[in-house]
Design a protein around this ligand. Structure first.
Ligand SMILES: Cc1cc2nc3c(=O)[nH]c(=O)nc-3n(C[C@H](O)[C@H](O)[C@H](O)COP(=O)(O)O)c2cc1C
Length: 387
């Protein structure tokens, strides 16, 4: 096997080993993909300050996110259809995260169900909720997450309506799935993926089939899913969900100081500055560019996390140095999973950890919590001069 030195190596293997329609599903953004691209390229504008002759023995990336111990402030983001990148993908990623000591977040739209992941892990994971119109389903899934002892609810706010990704429509990865002939032929060449899929019963949306009223097979699942994302979600409903859940609540998809203040108002434990990895509102600024304004508005009132565009440990450190208390990786861990299953996710986490550790040392800092604004250089006009 080739030597893995960075996330891009895993991305190349992911592309080779996974059916095109699922690789494309991961590696795409909405419409022109401007936000998707800038999420990563904007990190490049930030630089580190090199420091020397500082004792760098005994370094640590360990800290806390929402009061929970983490080996490094990097959680696995909720990613729908993870179990299509490789068989039982959610279970494999959750196991890798557990062994590494970072949080795993299970998507509502996962292939393996909450119960399946709970059965195959020993520590609590986080559950991401999409608010659905079906009230009975909503109450049940929150209860199921409680029963599975999930230790945080990540409520996603930026998907009341679906952004359009051209590649998914062209590949036939729509609701219902209608793979193009090219994609059917491509599936036949991904034998390792196919063998894995033959060996698992987890092949559809495990949190939904058999749990939503009237959804017992693929046909009814597609109709139900297409109609369910609740366009009426508002701050009152968020407050009601917080009450129903009763545990730590993280609000995902905050991109404006005003919304961050509202998140503080409903009593959330943390927010994630996120544009859904550039998959929803194309033309939005990157999340790293929005971070300073949001930190200024609410940084002392709520824990601020960030995702979208993180591809290295250096990106993580840039976000932390700007004030974020935690970060999430989406595609970076999916590349590992598609490349190499559970081991690939571990490789992705190891790569990121090593990049963090070395960079901290060369910045003259021993503990992640001491990475602050003084360790980085940010262009004066980084946030941009917008009216
Ligand atoms: C393939 C894919 C599927 C996703 N599915 C979900 C999802 O089900 N729920 C959710 O809240 N976010 C979802 N996201 C967004 C991620 O949680 C996260 O915000 C994003 O991946 C961060 O950007 P990054 O991939 O550049 O790290 C998805 C992202 C990708 C790439």
């Amino acid at each position: 096997m080739s030597v893995i030195t960075n996330i891009n190596d895993l991305k190349r293997q992911h592309k080779r080993r996974t059916p095109k329609m699922f690789y494309d599903y991961c590696e795409s953004g909405s419409w022109t993909e401007q936000t998707f691209r800038e999420n990563t390229s904007d990190f490049d504008q930030i630089r580190f300050r090199q420091r020397v002759a500082v004792d760098m023995e005994g370094r640590s990336t360990a800290t806390k996110m929402i009061g929970q111990d983490v080996a490094m402030p990097v959680a696995l983001a909720p990613v729908g259809l993870t179990g299509m990148q490789c068989a039982d993908g959610e279970i494999k990623a959750a196991k890798a995260a557990e062994k590494f000591g970072v949080p795993f977040t299970l998507s509502t739209m996962s292939v393996c169900s909450i119960e399946e992941v709970a059965k195959n892990t020993t520590k609590p994971f986080w559950f991401q909720l999409y608010v659905m119109r079906d009230q009975e389903f909503l109450e049940n899934i929150i209860q199921r997450a409680k029963d599975a002892k999930c230790s945080a609810l990540v409520l996603t706010l930026d998907l009341q309506i679906l952004g359009q990704r051209h590649k998914d429509l062209k590949n036939g990865l729509s609701v219902p799935i209608r793979p193009s002939i090219g994609n059917v032929l491509d599936l036949a060449t991904k034998w390792r993926w196919g063998l894995g899929m033959l060996g698992t019963k987890n092949k559809s949306f495990g949190n939904i089939v058999g749990h939503a009223r009237g959804v017992s097979n693929m046909g009814s699942l597609f109709t139900w899913t297409a109609e369910q994302f609740d366009p009426r979600l508002d701050w009152d409903k968020i407050a009601r969900i917080k009450e129903m859940w009763g545990g730590p609540l993280i609000l995902k998809g905050i991109m404006e100081p005003e919304d961050a203040l509202k998140a503080v108002g409903v009593g959330a434990d943390a927010i994630i500055v996120s544009n859904h990895g550039g998959r929803q509102l194309d033309g939005a600024l990157s999340s790293i560019r929005m971070l300073p304004a949001i930190m200024e508005a609410v940084g002392d009132q709520i824990e601020v996390h960030l995702d979208s565009g993180i591809r290295s440990g250096q990106d993580v450190l840039k976000a932390i140095s700007m004030g974020a208390k935690g970060t999430y990786i989406g595609r970076a861990f999916i590349h590992g999973l598609g490349a190499n299953g559970e081991q690939g996710v571990t490789q992705a986490l190891e790569v990121i950890h090593k990049e963090m550790d070395t960079t901290m040392a060369l910045c003259g800092r021993k503990h992640i919590e001491t990475m602050d604004r003084d360790t980085i250089l940010v262009p004066k006009n980084f946030a941009g001069d917008w009216a």
